[in-house]
Ligand binder design. Structure first.
Ligand code: ARG
Length: 466
């Protein structure tokens, strides 16, 4: 392409280090779409004749169907997807192909293609998260009143409902979706027509190409447009946050599926066996989701460091922007799908969960609260009295509500019969009806709101089994 200036071809090392076609061929659909928008505009503006514009558009369609049928050929001499497509176009339609690159550079071309690709990735992540939220909401509705221990420090703290616990993740993914939507809104400006860095002397209609490619407007500074990769970083930041949430959810399932917990039976379809221990059913999918989070954060780090300290405008370092984004998107898509399946198809062992809540003195706070409310005891003192009751129950190996009234009264005479109503795990969760609290009715309200937001059928369909 630059034979006019260079006497010798590139060394083998130069060819290899320079070639991005092995990975940027993933941009072929975006590259064709952007070229078609560009050439249509060149024709409209009379910058190329309408006959030439039509021939180029037809040629691009032909190239696209070849790529569709047999993949994008990888010739390192052609460096990247842009030159690969242009060179094939020239083979197909002859020298008129050379008019396509009028008023454009690979710098604005790649910035445009990549934005289009990232925009699709955002849309896919959003759709995947909506499905995951749907699964969470569905299961939360089923288990609005299923009792489990709530933990702090992974120590039994207070009883909560499984529905409440699952809806906590609904909230995380709601925020993630808003981050993605925010990134999408911010990135939706079209670099095409910024040319190499300074803009162009050709009378381009940048609004037309922006509109044709679904962008809100053309970018306002050509130097910024060709050197900006904020849109990719915004996406990776949002992706890293999603991955963090997925990893936490995966970790819950891993813990819950362990034998000492036994809170959940994972779907066979998302588990593996052991080659040596026949009894094993391993939560590999969840572990890989947890592992992939590390890789996705690594992708964010990679592009962050690539961009650090680059002067304006384009530098070739920026060619390295694509692998981390492609990798993160594919890991994220798999992770979201795996966790959606896990949430939708796991069998929750609600009896085990309830038992664990009952065994862990999870209603100790309810005893203390009762003393405050009914016997007008200051909370700190009530806390102390309750500690003695837990100690006694522990020494007898029974739950708090299995202690006899006279045993409790021996600890503090102000304890009355009414306390037992507060000590069951059901009474405990039912009492926490503050907005956003764990009470089944409150969880049902949040589930109903969420179903509405997600456009789901308002009444959950009947579902057999756990
Ligand atoms: N393959 C290049 C990239 O992805 C395209 C831009 C090349 N521009 C240039 N001036 N060499 O960054």
């Amino acid at each position: 392409m630059w034979g006019g200036r260079f006497a010798e071809g590139p060394s083998a090392i130069m060819r290899e280090i320079n070639a991005s076609i092995p990975f940027d061929k993933a941009l072929w659909r975006q590259d064709i779409a952007a070229s078609k928008a560009h050439v249509a505009m060149l024709g409209q503006q009379g910058i190329v004749s309408s006959a030439d514009a039509a021939a180029i558009a037809e040629g691009l369609d032909k190239v696209a169907s070849e790529y569709e049928a047999s993949g994008v050929p990888e010739n390192w001499d052609l460096e990247d997807i842009h030159m690969t497509t242009e060179s094939r176009l020239a083979e197909l339609i002859g020298p008129v192909a050379g008019r396509l690159h009028t008023g454009r550079s690979r710098n604005d071309q790649v910035a445009t293609d990549f934005r289009l690709w990232v925009r699709d990735a955002i849309d896919q992540a959003e759709a995947g998260l909506a499905a995951l939220q749907g699964a969470l909401v569905e299961r939360a509705g089923e288990h609005a009143a299923s009792i489990m221990p709530g933990f702090t420090h992974l120590q039994t703290a207070q009883p909560v409902t499984l529905g409440h616990h699952l809806m906590a993740y609904y909230e995380m993914f709601r925020r993630d979706r808003s981050r993605l939507a925010d990134a999408r809104a911010r990135m939706n400006e079209c670099p095409l027509g910024s040319a190499a860095l300074a803009g162009t002397g050709f009378p381009l209609d940048r609004k037309a190409t922006a509109g044709a490619l679904g962008f809100d407007k053309p970018t306002d500074n050509s130097l910024d447009a060709v050197s900006d990769r904020d849109f990719a970083l915004d996406y990776l930041q949002a992706a890293a946050q999603v991955a963090l949430h997925l990893s936490r959810l995966a970790e819950e399932f891993i813990i819950w599926a362990s034998q000492p917990f036994g809170f959940v039976t994972l779907p066979d379809a998302l588990s593996t066996g052991s080659s040596i221990m026949p009894q094993k059913k391993n939560p590999d999918a969840a572990e890989l989701v947890r592992g992939h989070a590390g890789r996705i954060v690594g992708c964010l780090t990679s592009l962050t460091i690539t961009m650090k300290g680059l002067p304006l405008a384009y530098s070739k370092d920026m060619q390295d922007d694509k692998p981390p984004v492609f990798e993160a998107a594919s890991l994220l898509g798999l992770s979201i799908a795996a966790m959606t399946g896990m949430v939708a198809d796991s069998a929750f062992r609600t009896e085990r969960m309830r038992q664990a809540a009952e065994l862990g003195y999870a209603t100790a706070t309810d005893l203390a609260d009762w003393l405050v409310r009914e016997a007008n005891i200051p909370f700190r003192e009530a806390h102390h009295i309750t500690g003695a009751a837990v100690k006694l129950a522990e020494s007898k190996g029974v739950a708090l509500d299995a202690l006899a009234l006279d045993e409790l009264q021996a600890i503090d005479a102000r304890i009355g019969e009414g306390v037992f109503a507060a000590l069951s795990v059901d009474a405990s969760v039912a009492s926490r009806a503050s907005h956003g609290g764990t009470a089944p009715d409150e969880v049902r309200k949040r589930v109903a709101d969420a179903r509405n937001v997600l456009g789901m059928n308002p009444s959950p369909p009947a579902r057999g089994g756990a």
